[in-house]
Design a protein around this ligand. Structure first.
Ligand SMILES: Nc1ncnc2c1ncn2[C@@H]1O[C@H](COS(=O)(=O)NC(=O)[C@@H](N)CO)[C@@H](O)[C@H]1O
Ligand SMILES: [Zn+2]
Length: 501
């Protein structure tokens, strides 16, 4: 059984339309092809029933997935309005929806959920019956189609939800003997390289760890970004909903972002009682603060590349400007990660170099391949890591709560993973960066065009420095004597830290 739409509605007319009954009869009778345009043979919409009662033309329309009942009613209005006007001086004032149900095939029921404009959802013999409460304006705004897509995605998630994340191996280095077997985070804490920050999942990096992070950055800039012509930019780090609506994150990022709310006003008097309360009690009255701050305007940097696109938004760019290749390392990213205390490899606040490029599909694919070559050189000849690359669910799909792979070939994400010896032989490998070809998602999301009108694609690569440090130190330990010569030259002398009594 496929989708079934069942819509009962009326055209409200400016005057009694009974005189038009015969005309309506012939219009509706030969509406067959009007209601099947765009549908495979015999799968158009059909008028199950109609009648005229003074200033109401009532109809019931049944359809499948192709010419959906609500589209059919709009097509009918367009068809009969001029006839009624010309011949009978009767206008159509609007559409009243009396009942609207959609039947969607599904192996199982969905859990109780609240969906706008859906008044009832029940599961009966292999399908979910949705009852919608929509008016003409929701129909014009395609709300029923978005509700259908949402339900079909949830039904799909019931099945692939059980499927493991998409993963297939692309390349793997040879195994390497790893003398070091300890947890690098514990070792770094013991030696005072890092200390936990005061906030959840946050670290403070001492001079030693900072030198290591800067050495990784230096390698990325000198070995990869400069030779390949990437220019440094600074992307915003406070992201408003507007950006996440265009990047797609507004579809599913809510459980993992740090929200940002501005004060309702910066008038000191408005806040005086809060400061006074603190001065007297030495407690911060958080519940009272909640009343004094505005709604969240968005959140802290999460994926790092979306806010860049506002720089190109709405522009038409000369072809000779492409490929545009930039990178950002101007600030931290923040994710409300799963609970529990993690080492440095899973943190709420992290430092990432975000590499971003855009151009024609060929240019974008080529740039991705160039980056992969350079990374291979860095991991094999400078850091001497044991590591692998795998083709996985694109990061932008995962961050919208989707699974599987992109329909477009060579659009997708390559995850770079490495073993952490302290996790043991069968320990989970850690993703320490990725390279993605994101297809046309961002240029079209932010309405960026190239002069020739050719389709624009983009790609991005996130280099997580906490992850590089975790992988490198887990495999090589914290003593520079155990580090590859190439890398030691770049790091130089590890600076002294501070000692505590
Ligand atoms: N919680 C975290 N802690 C430390 N590093 C992280 C964390 N989340 C992501 N990263 C780093 O950021 C990289 C890219 O993150 S991603 O979500 O996979 N991809 C994106 O967000 C893309 N925009 C590319 O940056 C990861 O490979 C990892 O190196
Ligand atoms: Zn990105």
């Amino acid at each position: 059984m496929d989708l079934e739409f069942d819509l009962s509605a009326s055209f409200r007319t400016s005057a009694d339309a009974s005189a038009a009954r015969d005309t309506l009869e012939s219009l509706f009778n030969d509406a067959e092809n009007l209601l099947s345009k765009g549908a495979p043979e015999g799968q158009g919409a059909r008028i199950a029933h109609w009648n005229v009662e003074e200033d109401r033309i009532n109809l019931q329309i049944l359809s499948g997935r192709y010419v959906r009942a609500h589209d059919a009613v709009l097509r009918l209005r367009k068809k009969i309005a001029p006839e009624l006007g010309k011949k009978f001086h009767v206008g159509i004032r609007g559409i009243e929806v009396h009942s609207f149900t959609i039947k969607i095939p599904s192996e199982a029921d969905l859990k109780e959920i609240k969906i706008p404009f859906v008044t009832n959802m029940e599961y009966k013999d292999g399908s979910i019956l949705l009852t919608l409460d929509v008016t003409e304006s929701e129909i014009e705004k395609r709300i029923p189609d978005r509700i259908l897509t949402l339900i079909e995605d949830k039904i799909a998630a019931l099945t692939y939800g059980g499927k493991a994340e998409h993963w297939n191996l692309l390349w793997q280095s040879e195994e390497k003997k790893q003398p070091f077997k300890l947890d690098p985070t514990q070792e770094m804490m013991k030696r005072g390289w890092i200390k936990r920050g005061a906030s959840r999942g946050q670290w403070i990096h001492g001079p030693q760890s900072t030198r290591l992070f800067r050495a990784f950055e230096k390698i990325v800039v000198e070995e990869l970004l400069e030779p390949l012509g990437y220019r440094e930019m600074m992307f915003p780090k406070l992201i408003p909903w507007e950006v996440w609506k265009k990047s797609g994150h507004a579809k599913g990022v809510y459980p993992e972002i740090y929200y940002v709310c501005p004060p309702k006003t910066r008038d000191p008097e408005y806040w005086e009682e809060i400061s006074d309360y603190y001065k007297v009690t030495h407690e911060v009255p958080v519940s009272r603060i909640k009343e004094k701050i505005g709604d969240p305007i968005g959140g802290m940097c999460y994926a790092q590349c979306p806010p860049f696109w506002v720089f190109l938004q709405g522009e038409t760019i000369a072809n000779d400007q492409f490929p545009i290749k930039v990178f950002d390392r101007s600030g931290t990213s923040h994710r409300y990660e799963s609970g529990g205390i993690h080492g440095m490899e899973r943190v709420d606040e992290f430092h990432r170099i975000e590499i971003l490029w855009t151009g024609t599909p060929e240019q974008v694919t080529k740039a991705s391949n160039q980056l992969q070559e350079k990374y291979k050189h860095i991991f094999n000849n400078i850091l001497d890591l044991e590591w692998r690359m795998a083709w996985v669910t694109p990061w932008f799909m995962a961050q919208e709560g989707l699974a599987g792979v992109s329909q477009q070939n060579d659009v997708g994400t390559i995850d770079y993973e490495a073993p952490l010896p302290y996790r043991g032989k069968d320990g989970e490998w850690l993703e320490f960066q990725n390279v993605s070809v994101n297809g046309n998602k961002y240029p079209s999301g932010f309405n960026v065009k190239c002069q020739s009108g050719e389709e624009l694609w983009s790609g991005c690569s996130g280099v997580g420095l906490e992850r590089w440090a975790s992988v490198f130190l887990a495999q090589k330990g914290l003593d520079p004597e155990g580090w590859p010569e190439e890398f030691r030259k770049i790091v130089g002398e590890i600076p002294e830290g501070f000692s505590f009594l």
